[in-house]
Ligand binder design. Structure first.
Ligand code: FES
Length: 330
């Protein structure tokens, strides 16, 4: 998701627990397209960062109090820097515009360790990647990894214009990359044709704007779910605020009533229970919590259908309850 990828959700960083935060400095800022920069971060002490799998994202804890999620453009072990690509979003509510206007080389900030909700199947014989706009960011990490492994891959990459196409020069080197520019075409990328023209044995990945993801989901329904991978950066469903159930915290030994208009996360934060969270929209995975009993009303885009059906995990920022009580492992 998550996603370059920002999800447009803001939260108060001061409320968030900080065990998962690393202090870094901005080592490099590079323009990679009109309106899009890459930002590289290094540890203050120059040490190595945690290993990264392709498709991972990190949280940036911004000085304006917001937490934003951005995908890493490179995977690997023993990395000395993490790089994200960020598009100055026309609709930004403070994340990407703040970053573009305020980030300077040498300044410091806190980031989280990487989290991966969009993992690459490195054993697939064929990989078909579809990216829209800044959704290319996690896909770049996948391409670099697949290249390093000598695996077969293809990319369909849509943008409004060529000048807004991040990593255009690098990707132009590969004959298996098909660019689509809306301003030079008669419409948006034809996902249905792409899926039907590719092998039904391929692993498919899509990251981009919500209409593209919904279109992709619709056109891959016939494929086994393990071959279909989507990274959402904006919430598809509304968060559950219907309330009128209770949440018991098994470790804390406390029980709270979730009132109408509140989420589980908001209720816990209001009661000074420390929990990790990021997007507050069910797309980053930070608030994942083990469920001991009860039936959740899942509203997230992170858990698989099988995980949702198992009733063993819940994203407490957005999901509610279908039972009168949930018991959480907190
Ligand atoms: S805080 Fe992002 S999924 Fe819950």
């Amino acid at each position: 998701m998550i996603n370059g990828s920002n999800n447009g959700n803001s939260v108060n960083a001061e409320k968030n627990g900080n065990e998962n935060q690393i202090e870094v400095k901005i080592a490099e800022i590079k323009k990679v397209a009109e309106g899009t920069n890459t930002y590289s971060f290094e540890k203050i002490d120059g040490g190595k960062l945690r290993n990264v799998d392709a498709g991972s994202h990190i949280d940036l804890f911004l000085a304006n109090g917001m937490i934003r999620q951005y995908s890493l453009t490179k995977a690997g072990d023993e990395l000395s820097s993490y790089t994200v690509a960020i598009k100055r979003d026309r609709e930004s509510r403070g994340g990407s515009v703040f970053i573009h206007d305020n980030f300077k080389v040498g300044e410091t900030l806190k980031i989280s360790n990487p989290r991966n909700n969009f993992a690459l199947d490195e054993n697939a014989d064929e990989t078909v990647l579809i990216a829209g706009g800044i959704g290319i960011t996690p896909i770049m990490a996948m391409i670099r990894r697949l290249e390093a492994l000598g695996k077969s891959w293809k990319l369909y990459y849509a943008n409004r214009t060529k000048s807004e196409t991040a990593f255009y020069d690098e990707l132009s080197e590969y004959p298996q990359v098909k660019f689509h520019f809306d301003d030079e075409s008669n419409g948006v990328l034809d996902i249905a044709s792409i899926i039907s023209s590719e092998s039904d044995k391929a692993s498919f990945y899509c990251c981009g704007p919500l209409p593209m993801l919904e279109n992709f989901e619709e056109n891959t329904k016939h494929l086994p779910s393990e071959q279909v991978n989507i990274e959402y950066f904006t919430a598809k469903e509304e968060v559950a605020t219907e309330g009128e159930y209770t949440v018991e915290l098994s470790q804390e030994g406390q029980t709270f009533s979730i009132e109408k208009g509140k989420t589980i996360l908001q209720t816990l934060l209001d009661n000074e229970i420390e929990v990790d969270y990021g997007c507050e929209a069910g797309v980053c995975g930070t608030c994942e919590t083990r469920l001991i009993s009860g039936i959740p009303d899942h509203r997230d885009e992170v858990l698989t259908d099988a995980q949702k059906e198992s009733n063993s995990l819940i994203m407490i920022c957005c999901s509610g309850a279908k039972s009168e009580k949930l018991v959480l492992d907190i």
